[in-house]
Design a protein around this ligand. Structure first.
Ligand code: ZN
Length: 202
């Protein structure tokens, strides 16, 4: 029988996504054996993240300062907004270094079966932003919908297109196709059909 504090920590860690009972126990023992101060630093970092991180009032990304660094960056183009489902998606687009516009984070995708409708997403904030640009910013001309190429992401893209087009903004969808390093032979039908439909001149 393991002592109660270890059991308690194991139980808490096991609540994390992707962490099973065994991994949780291994992590608990790792923390127990780690250098003095580590546990305190870890605990403080966990508390900090919940107390200091909030949503940016413009783009809804997670941030410590408001507006966030991306929204405050004067070198970025106000006229193009890239809409993503979640913060890791924003970071992925940012890593390409190809996009110099602004972002908007929905915090999910439409999924009626899971009870996620437009009201559960940061859609209102997006519409408000398109209608009234933040102080000193240019009006948004194009919204790039970069939601995931799955059922929920596609439903969200369709919903946003219908909602935003009447507002006089251009709505585009990121192209989808065969992944780099992929093999046509193994690409699924839908992916290949999309790749063909989204072809461009070279
Ligand atoms: Zn922001």
């Amino acid at each position: 029988m393991t002592p109660d504090p270890i059991q308690r920590l194991t139980a808490e860690l096991a609540k994390l996504p992707g962490i099973g009972e065994k991994t949780a126990q291994r992590l608990a023992f790792h923390i127990l054996r780690s250098k003095p101060g580590y546990a305190r630093d870890l605990a403080a970092a966990i508390v900090d993240v919940t107390e200091k991180v909030r949503l940016c009032s413009v783009c809804c990304t997670l941030t410590e300062g408001d507006p966030c660094a991306t929204c405050s960056d004067d070198r970025r183009d106000d006229r193009i907004v890239c809409v993503v489902e979640n913060v890791p998606d924003l970071l992925a687009v940012e890593r390409t270094r190809e996009f110099r516009g602004r972002y908007h984070v929905l915090h999910g995708a439409l999924s009626p079966l899971d009870g996620i409708g437009p009201d559960q997403l940061r859609v209102k904030e997006l519409v408000r932003r398109l209608g009234t640009p933040p102080e000193g910013r240019e009006r948004v001309e194009e919204v790039i919908v970069a939601t995931n190429p799955d059922v929920e992401g596609e439903a969200t893209a369709l919903y946003l297109t219908r909602l935003l087009k009447p507002l006089g903004v251009r709505v585009t969808r990121i192209a989808q196709g065969v992944p780099m390093g992929g093999d046509l032979e193994y690409a699924d039908q839908v992916t290949l059909a999309r790749a063909l439909a989204g072809r461009r001149e070279i």
